[in-house]
Structure formats: structure tokens, C-alpha cells
Design a protein around this ligand. Structure first.
Ligand SMILES: Nc1ncnc2c1ncn2[C@@H]1O[C@H](COP(=O)(O)OP(=O)(O)OP(=O)(O)O)[C@@H](O)[C@H]1O
Ligand SMILES: [Mg+2]
Length: 264
């Protein structure tokens, strides 16, 4: 495709085959005659089974980018496709987890999870099996009948993850999913995401503020520059899994990311 202009930054981009393609995406919010350019010419690819992180300062357009990939906003320039299909709206092949769990308070945990496949033609007993198995996968067996106010923040975020997983998505879109959690719960959930990914092998886009989280989870990390958000750099993380939380392999990557973020 001709409209990719930053090939120099991402020489490996290949628009054919499976996975997510974001090509030449620009986004401007317009309100009351006021235009805010938020994303400029963003291009990258997330191959099948790859985990790609997006880091950048607050306001650089990370959530906006994720909303576009999720199909929640169609008002942009460029192309977004999954497995050669153009993204034209929300779809069950893309599971989304936001920073806050966004559970319906009047529904139980299992009802909240079942919502993601509510409108599919899957037979009822299979729906129940999917809900049960995905709740088990995130460690919520025994909490199916609880309401959101009866579970902890970490458990609520597990439920949100189960909801995203239940539709058996080709790609998980995670928008700072652990940012509101305490450090220990956060690390535990990061390791669970890796465990789930090793079993399911879906692609993942992880938006995060947390450099260490990105290094721990991702195959590749995109740094975005602010206002308007552009791709500043792409860093491969070639540390074999399981990855240690601390180690010399991550020090150089951390330094590079900090520098690209303008932090020293
Ligand atoms: N619906 C909207 N209308 C107008 N401007 C918006 C809208 N949503 C976001 N913006 C603006 O777009 C810019 C990017 O917002 P976005 O939420 O994508 O940033 P972010 O990188 O996710 O930030 P954070 O790290 O704080 O979550 C901000 O300047 C924000 O004010
Ligand atoms: Mg955001």
C-alpha cells in the first residue's frame, strides 16, 4: 500500500497475511469549529500471536488509537484491517479491556462475561461452557454469582479480561488494563496474561504507561511522541520467556525507551 510513509522506521511492515494492520492512520477531533490533531500517519503491523506494546505520554493518543482499532470510532484517515478484513465497527474477533473494568453493576460476574457472546448464534450450552472455562482461565471460578461490588478491583479486571476472552478473539486490545491496580496484583495479572497468551496464542496490543510492563510482556514496543501522536521508535524485545523481572537484558531496552520518551 502506497500510503505508508514511515517505512524507514518500520522496515519489516508487510501488509499481507494474518494479523492486524494499521496503515497511514491519522485522526483529528473536531468540536465547535476547534480541530485537535491527535494521531498522524501511524503505521504498524501486529503479526499473528505477537504482543505489541504502545507507550507514550499522557494525551499522545494511545486510547484514541485503540478505539479506532476496536472499531468504536470510524472517523479517521487511513486503513485498519485484521486478517485482510477492513475494520468497519466493533467485532467479536477483537476483545477489548479498558483501564477500568466497565462491568454492569446490576449483572453478576458470569452475566457480565456472557455479554460478549450474547448476540452470537452459539448454542446456549456452548455459551455457558465458554463463560465457565474463561472464568476458570482468569481464576474466578467460585465467583460466578457475585455482583461487581462484591469483588475486588483485581477480580473485576479479571472479569473484564474473561469477558474479552470469551468471544475467542483473534486479537486482544488492552488499554492500560492494570494501571489502577496495586503493584503486586498488577504483576500477578501480567503473568496471567502471558500464561493465557501461551495457551490461546492470540495477538495482543498493549497500551501502557509502564515501561517495565511493556518490556515484561511485549515482543515489540512502539513509542509514540506527543501532539500529534506519531511513531517515534519501534524496539524489539528479544528476551526469552519466561522473562525475569530484573536482569541485564532489560536494562538497555529500558534506557532506550526512556530516552525515546524524553525522560532523560
Ligand atoms: N472525544 C474527544 N473529543 C475531543 N478530543 C478528544 C476526545 N478524546 C480524546 N481527545 C483528545 O485527544 C488527545 C489524546 O487523547 P487519548 O485519550 O487518546 O490520550 P492517551 O494517550 O490515551 O492519554 P492517557 O495516557 O492519559 O490515557 C487528548 O488531547 C484528548 O484531550
Ligand atoms: Mg488513554
Amino acid at each position: 500500500m502506497d500510503h505508508i510513509t514511515n517505512r524507514a522506521i518500520i522496515p519489516h511492515i508487510d501488509l499481507k497475511g494474518g494479523g492486524l494492520t494499521v496503515a497511514g492512520v491519522s485522526k483529528t477531533y473536531e468540536a465547535k469549529g476547534d480541530a485537535t490533531e491527535v494521531l498522524r500517519d501511524i503505521s504498524f503491523k501486529v503479526g499473528e500471536k505477537e504482543i505489541v506494546g504502545v507507550v507514550g505520554r499522557s494525551g499522545c493518543g494511545k486510547s484514541t488509537l485503540l478505539k479506532l482499532i476496536a472499531g468504536l470510532d470510524r472517523d479517521y484517515v487511513g486503513h485498519i484491517g485484521l486478517d485482510d478484513n477492513e475494520v468497519t465497527g466493533p467485532g467479536i474477533e477483537r476483545g477489548v479491556v479498558f483501564q477500568e473494568p466497565r462491568l454492569f453493576p446490576w449483572l453478576t460476574v458470569e452475566q457480565n462475561v456472557a455479554i460478549s457472546i450474547h448476540e452470537t448464534k452459539i448454542p446456549e450450552h456452548e455459551k455457558r461452557e465458554l463463560v465457565t472455562s474463561n472464568l476458570a482461565l482468569v481464576g474466578l471460578t467460585g465467583f460466578e454469582k457475585k455482583f461487581p461490588h462484591q469483588i475486588s478491583g483485581g477480580m473485576a479486571q479479571r472479569a473484564a479480561l474473561a469477558r474479552a476472552l470469551t468471544s475467542q478473539p483473534r486479537i486482544l486490545l488492552l488499554d492500560e488494563p492494570f494501571a489502577a491496580l496495586d503493584a503486586l496484583t498488577k504483576m500477578q495479572l501480567q503473568d496471567e496474561v502471558i500464561r493465557i497468551w501461551e495457551r490461546r496464542r492470540m495477538s495482543i496490543v498493549l497500551i501502557t504507561h509502564d515501561i517495565d510492563e511493556a518490556i515484561h510482556l511485549c515482543d515489540r514496543i512502539i513509542v509514540m511522541s506527543p501532539r500529534p501522536g506519531e511513531i517515534k521508535s519501534v524496539t524489539e524485545v528479544d528476551i526469552p520467556r519466561p522473562r525475569p523481572r530484573v536482569g541485564s537484558g532489560s536494562t538497555a531496552i529500558r534506557a532506550r525507551l526512556m530516552s525515546d520518551l524524553g525522560l532523560f
